[in-house]
Design a protein around this ligand. Structure first.
Ligand code: HEM
Length: 124
């Protein structure tokens, strides 16, 4: 009987300890996640943006977000110069009008997040 009581005592306290450890870890992880996500977002100045102004290294800012479209350029359906003119620049109006007053489709909008680099620091 003594042995059984001892085993029950150990089992009880080890389960209390593991629940406590799990709760502490879960709370720590919950706090850390948003901070990590905020740190992961880069801020890009207009000067840095302007250093990526060639078809081989083409960044653009659209609505305060900076994108690296280097890999997308060959897939864009219009002649390359239509997009490459905007490499290294703030291109919200160009994107919103396609250069002739028509917005891009929702399908085009859905492509943007995959190329995101960070936020534009000095959003005009
Ligand atoms: C910022 C400069 C850009 C300019 C001036 C521009 C201009 C154009 C033009 C002239 C066309 C062909 C004509 C038409 O479909 O109406 C077109 C089509 C298209 N562009 Fe762009 N584009 C730009 C950036 C982008 C970006 C960043 C993406 C996506 C990552 C994109 C995705 C598309 C797609 C998917 C089409 C097919 C039609 C549509 O879905 O609207 N373009 N663009």
């Amino acid at each position: 009987m003594k042995r059984f009581m001892f085993a029950a005592f150990v089992a009880f306290w080890s389960s209390v300890l593991s629940i406590w450890a799990y709760a502490a870890l879960a709370a720590g992880g919950g706090d850390a996640a948003p901070a990590d996500a905020a740190e992961a977002e880069r801020t890009v100045s207009l000067e840095e943006l302007a250093r990526h102004a060639t078809p081989e290294d083409c960044w653009m800012a659209i609505d305060g977000v900076v994108y690296d479209f280097t890999d997308y350029l060959p897939r864009h359906p219009a002649p390359p110069v239509v997009m490459t003119t905007w490499c290294g620049r703030e291109a919200t109006e160009a994107y919103d009008t396609k250069g002739y007053g028509r917005p891009h489709s929702p399908a085009a909008d859905a492509l943007l997040p995959a190329y995101r680099v960070g936020r534009l620091a000095d959003d005009p």
